[in-house]
Design a protein around this ligand. Structure first.
Ligand code: G4P
Length: 299
């Protein structure tokens, strides 16, 4: 008997062309900053976090920024906040696209670096700006975040003594400088699940994957976690007896994506599903929860 909950296996490959260059950039610049701000996708904080950050940012105070919180399930985001705070990390929730949460950035950084500031002052370095770096995997929203944080006040400070030539700093406000180049961390995944989550959220190009299979697996995930969202958006009951492709087909039927008599365009439906999720049309849906592993069931 076929287990209807079995996720189709997908062969996800990753070719990290610029990985070494990106890593070197981080290593060169991290020495110059007082704190590291780590941007994560609030829908998939675990999958969008490269564990190398622990090594790269060792010894630096860290602020975890849960970005795209406009697309994430608020109750789950609150749990992630607690999860990181319990690990001693500071947390900020943002929607860099609209700017929501951005004004909390300055106060969060100042609170994080209060001791560092006192240290500078004790050394007579009154007014020395606190320097920050933004790190995150591609497409997590780093550029959008930096632009929003800098706002109209954005001013390139230019080179400073002791700073690598050509390095530019953006004054955020009095006493806070942000390195204008975000550090690109490579997404890391050794499991199909993480690869899928990265593809669903556009962190890796879904083009390299089989769209139908990705869509089918995403359907299974949604049925398990948010069946009501499926029902509301695609107007069908996601029966436990269906496999992922059947769920996709059911949605395609409802949308009228017919290619020939009785045959539906599953690829079109998969694309529709992914782009509607991307645009938040299915609601605010998180795909990972902290610790409890509840969302990993069915795998
Ligand atoms: P990167 O520098 O880390 O590579 O990411 P970038 O800022 O270029 O952002 C990637 C995409 O994510 C952008 O969309 C941006 O508008 C969107 N984005 C960034 N932060 C948020 C957020 O908090 N919420 C939402 N909903 N979107 C965010 P894009 O590729 O220009 O197109 P689109 O996704 O806006 O259609």
């Amino acid at each position: 008997m076929i287990d209807k909950n079995v996720y189709e296996s997908m062969n996800i490959q990753w070719f990290p062309g610029h990985m070494t260059k990106a890593q070197r950039m981080i290593e060169e610049n991290i020495k110059m900053v007082d704190a590291v701000c780590e941007l994560l996708d609030a829908r998939i904080p675990r999958a969008s976090r490269n564990p190398d950050i622990d090594r790269l940012a060792a010894g630096k105070p860290r602020l975890v920024i849960l970005n795209r919180c406009d697309l994430a399930d608020p109750a789950i985001t609150a749990r992630w906040r607690k999860h990181y705070e319990q690990q001693g990390l500071s947390v900020l929730e943002t929607d860099a696209k609209s700017g929501k949460g951005i004004k909390g950035f300055g106060p969060a950084v100042r609170a994080l670096l209060a001791d560092k500031q006192k240290e500078y002052e004790a050394k007579g370095q009154i007014g020395r700006p606190l320097r920050l770096m933004i790190l995150g995997i591609p497409n997590v929203g780093k550029s959008t975040f930096i632009n929003k944080v800098a706002g109209r006040k954005a001013a390139i400070a230019g080179d400073k003594p002791g700073v690598t030539r050509g390095k530019q700093w953006i004054h955020i406000d009095a006493g806070l400088d942000l390195l204008d180049t975000p550090g690109i961390l490579w997404p890391k995944f050794d499991s199909q699940e993480v690869g899928e989550l990265l593809a669903i959220t556009n962190a890796i190009k879904a083009e390299v994957l089989d769209k139908e299979t990705l869509g089918a697996n995403f359907m299974l995930r949604l049925r398990q976690m948010y069946p009501h969202a499926l029902m509301e958006r695609y107007k069908f009951e996601p029966s436990p007896a269906m496999n992922g492709f059947e769920l996709l087909e059911e949605a395609a039927k409802k949308r009228g994506f017919l290619v020939s008599r009785g045959e539906y365009d599953l690829e079109r439906m998969a694309n529709t599903l992914l782009s509607e999720y991307h645009d938040g049309k299915l609601g605010r849906l998180s795909l990972e929860e902290p610790n409890d592993g509840a969302l990993d069931a069915g795998k």
